[in-house]
Design a protein around this ligand. Structure first.
Ligand code: TXA
Ligand code: MG
Length: 320
């Protein structure tokens, strides 16, 4: 059932964007562009055009073994790309459009360039909720491969300025849609013949998925980490060293607080985890831009979306 209220918002926000048509034309001609989604900005290209997708890998400095998510307009588009099933139908009904990516067996000859899935037999697909991304999908009629719009391994971008900063003078064309309201990348759920498992925690928590599926997640073994190669130990990294679980800052540390504490930047004064998730990458960008030599961050409760926050922080603290 289409959400009519949302359709109206789409039209309004698109008419206000002067370069919307230009961005669509670029994508149709095999170029890349940064586009806002409700999670983070994505660096998009036509997923059927291998040369266009290669430009994403080059711009990000992304290892070619790390596959991309394909953004689709709706369930019908998904069904053309992967072997759809009942579990997918249930999850899509509950969480699409939204911050959920499904990893499923890809259909043969589905038109997706092989570079997108880096040779895996599966494909990651997401139907985004952001009105601007949805409008781009509708106007171009493309399925868009899009990783987060940041240099590989660095902090994801939750504003157009973050995209600009990340590419340091070599930024792609950006469609400025303001700040991403969720601020953390989508939850990645792999659908297996006998159940589901979470490859990357995100805004849709495993408790939410369990509620809808009525079945527990399958245990994650090493296979999970191989299959989501983007889940590398060092990722989302600020330029400065990051210290976790810090009750207070040491000298020369930029302190990111949580709850009623004094800090240089507070993720959420009220201890609200959803707000903290939305502001996490903003906090890391601010810390990098500050004069401090290092960063310290308060401990974050490991519940609900806090699991996804801690997943990102653990990787952000690893230095290579
Ligand atoms: O919210 C998001 O998911 C954002 C926005 C732009 O949609 N995108 C995003 O993309 O976070 P990226 O490329 O930064 O992360 C995608 C993750 C990577 O860890 C990649 O390894 C994993 O998805 N992935 C992609 N295809 C996969 C597949 N077939 N099997 C397992 N993991 C896959
Ligand atoms: Mg990323």
């Amino acid at each position: 059932m289409p959400d009519l209220k949302r359709t109206k918002i789409e039209k309004e926000s698109v008419s206000g964007l002067v370069d919307f048509d230009a961005i669509c034309a670029l994508l149709l001609s095999g170029e890349i562009a940064a586009i806002p989604t409700e999670t983070v900005y994505g660096l998009a290209a036509d997923s059927a055009d291998g040369d266009a997708v290669a430009k994403i890998y080059a711009a990000k400095g992304r290892p070619s073994f790390n596959p991309l998510i394909v953004h689709i307009a709706d369930k019908t588009a998904a069904q053309k790309l992967v072997h759809w099933n009942d579990r997918a139908d249930k999850l899509a009904g509950a969480f699409w459009p939204g911050a959920m990516t499904l990893v499923m067996d890809a259909k043969k000859n589905n038109g997706i360039a092989s570079i997108v899935s880096a040779g895996l037999p599966t494909l990651a697909i997401r139907c985004p909720a952001h009105p601007i991304m949805r409008a781009v999908l509708a106007q171009t009629g493309l399925n868009l491969a899009a990783p987060s719009a940041n240099r590989s391994g660095h902090i994801s971008a939750t504003s157009a300025q973050h995209v600009r900063n990340s590419f340091d003078g070599h930024a792609p064309p950006i469609l400025d849609g303001g700040i991403c309201d969720q601020g953390l990348e989508s939850t990645i759920i792999a659908l297996r013949p006998n159940g589901w498992q979470i490859l990357r925690p995100g805004p849709i928590t495993s408790a939410m998925v369990k509620d809808y599926m009525g079945e527990e997640a399958l245990p994650l073994d090493d296979e999970g980490s191989i299959e989501a190669p983007g889940q590398m130990s060092s990722h989302y990294a600020p330029d400065k060293p990051l210290r976790l679980l810090a009750d207070a800052p040491k000298n020369d540390e930029f302190y990111i607080g949580f709850g009623a504490v004094e800090s240089d930047f507070n993720l959420s004064q009220n201890g609200d985890l959803v707000e903290a998730a939305a502001r996490l990458f903003l906090a890391l960008h601010k810390a990098d831009e500050s004069n401090a030599a290092a960063i310290a961050i308060a401990s974050i409760p490991n519940q609900s979306i806090g699991v996804a926050i801690n997943d990102r922080l653990k990787r952000a603290a690893v230095r290579i």
